[in-house]
Design a protein around this ligand. Structure first.
Ligand SMILES: [Zn+2]
Length: 392
């Protein structure tokens, strides 16, 4: 009986205590969740208002309250990376990638973000390692190989870049023959620079086999022939460029003019005049005027420069004409000042422009230093291109 009385009193009390505890737990949870939501939405709102620093503070708070939220870790990591806080982005993505309960898909995603952190931070050796790991996972292989190819290009490791590019061609079906040709040309140019002409010829030969219409490979072949005093072969390669890609003539016209002048100066002058008429290139105009001064005299050169200025009304053409006038009247101070000023201004303005990112460069390059695209610069400078109608 005593026991029953005790039970009748204690059971409702325990029930009430349980109900109260549950309510407390719910209230507490609601409060936390409310805090979580508040920080999360504040973070989102700050992000949309383009205030990433404040957004980062709010998201850090959310991640502290809810460490299991993988997506928010990613958001935070990417924000750190965008703000250039690479060490924090790397720590965060590393933490996610090493969490035991992660699915394979989530781990691959975290590894991808980590690899990107290393890449953006310029830590190429660690980025390479991360992408090597990702290239072993079928779902991320293509993307990882593409990233590896870009890393090897930046690091100028052309042999490795060729290897990866060939894997991408075989496995993903991408057409990279243009890029691979440039990689072989880079190897050839490097070998030529260290006077290893045999090796340079070997690499150029491979480039030509992959892309027989590569202007760069043809121009390099001509340079190598010239190094060995084989004018006949050099002329053959330049003639190939003239036939296949005449728009690139300004890049080789002066060299060809020099070789032609050895045998027949008239032929060299006629060739340079013809290329100028075709392309409007100021480099070619300058080369033609210099040849005319040597072979036909200053008067003739000045007449040609004046005629050229009528055709190509540009500061660069005017500068060339001023140079010849100065040679005709070496005592005239005003002509000397004008020649000097126009030459300086023309040099400043004479720039090649990348068709992909708009990067401006004073010298022609096969790869844009800004966006790393190959064949990104047209063979004419901006001013010349406008004069010729921007046809290239
Ligand atoms: Zn570019």
């Amino acid at each position: 009986m005593d026991f029953e009385l005790w039970f009748l009193v204690i059971a409702p009390l325990m029930f009430a205590a349980g109900w109260w505890m549950r309510g407390l737990d719910t209230r507490q949870r609601r409060q936390e969740t409310h805090g979580l939501d508040r920080h999360y939405f504040q973070g989102l709102s700050l992000l949309l208002s383009d205030e990433p620093d404040k957004a980062i503070d709010r998201f850090i708070e959310v991640v502290r309250l809810e460490p299991e939220t993988i997506e928010l870790h990613h958001v935070l990591g990417n924000l750190f990376r965008r703000r250039g806080q690479f060490d924090r982005a790397i720590r965060l993505h590393n933490y996610i990638a090493n969490r035991a309960e992660l699915s394979d898909k989530e781990r691959t995603l975290a590894l991808g973000e980590l690899a990107l952190d290393f890449l953006k931070a310029g830590m190429y050796d660690r980025a390479e390692q991360a992408y090597q790991t990702l290239s072993q996972i079928p779902e991320s292989r293509a993307e990882a190989l593409d990233a590896l190819m870009r890393i090897y290009c930046t690091e100028r490791e052309w042999t490795k870049a060729i290897e990866v590019a060939e894997q991408l061609e075989r496995e993903v079906g991408r057409d990279l023959h243009g890029d691979i040709t440039h990689y072989y040309c880079e190897l050839a140019a490097r070998a030529r620079k260290s006077n290893d002409l045999a090796r340079a010829r070997e690499f150029v030969g491979k480039a030509m086999r992959i892309n027989p219409n590569s202007v760069r490979a043809m121009a390099l072949s001509a340079d190598l022939a010239l190094d060995e005093n084989n004018h006949e072969e050099a002329l053959r390669h330049w003639n190939d460029i003239q036939r296949k890609s005449p728009q690139y003539l300004p890049l080789i016209a002066q060299k060809k003019g020099d070789v032609l002048a050895d045998e027949n100066p008239e032929k060299a002058v006629a060739f340079l005049k013809e290329v100028f008429a075709q392309t409007g290139s100021i480099d070619v105009l300058d080369a033609a005027v210099k040849r005319l001064i040597v072979h036909q005299g200053k008067e003739e050169a000045c007449a040609f420069a004046t005629e050229a200025l009528q055709r190509s009304r540009s500061l660069s053409a005017f500068a060339v004409m001023c140079q010849v006038r100065q040679q005709l009247n070496p005592e005239d101070q005003q002509t000397a000042v004008l020649a000097d000023m126009t030459a300086r201004q023309a040099k400043k303005l004479a720039r090649y422009q990348c068709v992909h990112c708009g990067f401006l460069a004073h010298t022609f390059a096969w790869q844009c230093p800004g966006c790393e695209h190959w064949d990104a610069f047209p063979p004419l400078r901006v001013e010349e291109s406008k004069k010729s109608g921007g046809g290239y």
